[in-house]
Design a protein around this ligand. Sequence first.
Ligand SMILES: [Zn+2]
Length: 341
Amino acid sequence: MSANPIYSTIPLDALGKQLGHLGVPYSHNLGGWANLQMPIAVIANGKGPTALVMAGNHGDEYPGPIAILKLMRSIAPEQVRGRIILLPALNVFAVRAATRLSPWDGKNLNRSFPGKPDGTLTEQVAHYLTTTLFPMADIVIDMHTGGRSTDFYPCAHMHLVPDLAQRRAMIAGTLAWNGDFAFLYTDIAGTGLLPVEAESQGKIVITTEMGGSENVTAAVHRLTQSGLSNVLRHFGILQGKAVSRADLGLSPTRWVQALDREDYRFAPESGLYENLVTLGENVKRGQPVGQIHFLERPDRDPVEVVANREGVLIATRAPTVVGQGDCVACIASEVDPRVLG
Ligand SMILES: [Zn+2]
């Protein structure tokens, strides 16, 4: 197998603060000798763990990139014990274009792991993360939202990995985001996910779904930024004491899970989707969470989408126009935190 062609313009193992980019040569019709430039910062000081903090895995998810850009500018090396590697735009072309998939090669970076050194640009980025950056990291943070298609109740989320020590560290890190909910999820839409690759390397993986749709509220930006800093403090990498929800006068984080395909509801027909339930509200089994209207058939009654179980509406369709098979709702059920391990 050939070597990965991606290079870094800054040393990844130097102390202090370095800003630069990861580059890889590529060609387009008006750029024969072009270079992809993915921004990167490394802030290191003293001994301590390494946190790899990423966003822009999907391009149309902006709270994470903005939170990382702010950290890149604001953190001084003296505030760090260990190393923070910051990547605000993993899929640069998609972040520029506000698309989920790379407009360059049509690939979904979060379905491209472990990647290929001689594959498309997206596959090369996945391979570089798998073989160069993940092995350097103790903690891997990948910030998402529901993108333009899905609106999530802002939360941190995770897989229940089988290794108990790894799982407990991930649970503690997930709780340090201080969201109202923490969400256990399953991979209903394919394989090759970034967190799965990082988990298989034994990393403490913290991921988020910080809202979604086109609009990012000030509250979502605040939770993204305060949660990220608090997680870095929790692991002792960023100076300062981590705060808990109790410290903030808030009730404990509610653990919820959607581990069955039936928890994810898909549009049975194309049409106009009407949300009937507000995100974060409790729903009963059989309760309609939305309905689909038919512009071309005003005589038809709308088709209801119902909850298959009692739970919380944790995610919902963002655009009103919906196609058959689009995910329109995710109903997560309450989990007793004592069973998490
Ligand atoms: Zn995403």
